[in-house]
Design a protein around this ligand. Sequence first.
Ligand SMILES: [Zn+2]
Length: 134
Amino acid sequence: MIDRNKAHTPSQCPCGTGLTYTACCGRYLEQAEIPDHAEALMRSRYTAYTLDRDDYLLATWHHSTRPAVLNHISGTPHKWLGLTVKRHEQPAPDRAIVEFFARSKVGGRAHRLHEISRFVHENGRWFYIDGDMI
Ligand SMILES: [Zn+2]
């Protein structure tokens, strides 16, 4: 039976913009749209982590630093809780950095990742290069 009292609420994007997934990172993960700036790419990669979308993570990783496979913390429940983008700078047309916090729970313990990620614009799209954990 369909529960008629349950209002349809479109799910919010995990990256925390307040937009629906379809209007936010879903455009990149599902519709093959290309993020036009590094912060949008960074947000869509965070969302890809929450959804275990290895295909998207690898596709947006620059070939010079991309791992062959992703190292998942296998066996440990890893729950992503939220993303805060602190800074987005573009010191050159083809270079950008994004500083962010990502909160998660690993094996029941709260964990906060603070990273400055580097991005490069190449062949008409942004790619993740690497990041420094702080
Ligand atoms: Zn999003």
